[in-house]
Design a protein around this ligand. Structure first.
Ligand code: SF4
Ligand code: SF4
Length: 183
């Protein structure tokens, strides 16, 4: 599909049945986004996390989405193919109720940037490192929708700044934007 006023959406399709829980995706994501690049491999800094439960045979990769300032109210258990998944297992948000998708030092939210960088990577690193082919990179064209309301952005940033201070928040926003120069 070729839309003149469209934009490209990048996603990662996850085939849960193929994931073996090796966590290579976490290692490369954390390493690629370390500062300086490749200087550490702490999975807590990864923007993809693998929920693992060997007894229940659950290996579920989830990559980080948007930050949310508040915990959600409605939570459900999921049973798929006889396996029971926790209420938050499929959630991609960096959220106050759990520890994942937060920088360990500052607690600031992490968000997947599809490995936007300069030069651009051919495919996201986690996809390239997943030898089990559980992660599949996809791009599709969609019609341009309205830009997010400035008020919403402002409210979200202000809530973060109240907790962490503006300097840390602005640093995090710069990183979440994703375009990093080398060096
Ligand atoms: S690299 Fe692939 S197989 Fe290994 S944990 Fe990540 S998604 Fe699963
Ligand atoms: S696409 Fe890149 S930033 Fe996103 S989870 Fe994978 S390695 Fe991390």
């Amino acid at each position: 599909m070729n839309l003149s006023n469209g934009r490209t959406i990048k996603t990662i399709r996850i085939d849960v049945a193929k994931c073996n829980g090796c966590r290579a995706c976490e290692v490369i994501c954390a390493s690629f986004h370390a500062k300086p690049r490749y200087s550490s491999t702490n999975p807590a800094r990864s923007r993809i996390r693998v929920i693992r439960d060997q007894v229940a045979d659950i290996y579920l990769p989830v990559y980080a989405g948007k930050y949310t300032a508040a915990e959600c109210a409605g939570r459900d258990k999921y049973v798929i193919d006889g396996r029971e998944y926790d209420e938050c297992a499929f959630c991609r948000a960096s959220c106050p109720s759990r520890d994942i998708f937060k920088e360990p030092d500052s607690d600031l939210p992490l968000k997947c940037d599809m490995c936007e960088s300069d030069p651009t990577v051919k495919e996201p690193w986690c996809v390239q490192w997943c030898l089990a082919e559980a992660l599949v990179f996809e791009e599709r064209q969609v019609a341009e929708d309205k830009a997010p309301a400035l008020d919403d952005v402002d409210i979200g940033l202000t809530a973060l700044a109240n907790t962490h201070g503006w300097p840390k928040v602005l640093d995090a926003v710069g990183r979440m934007g994703g375009t990093e120069k080398k060096g």
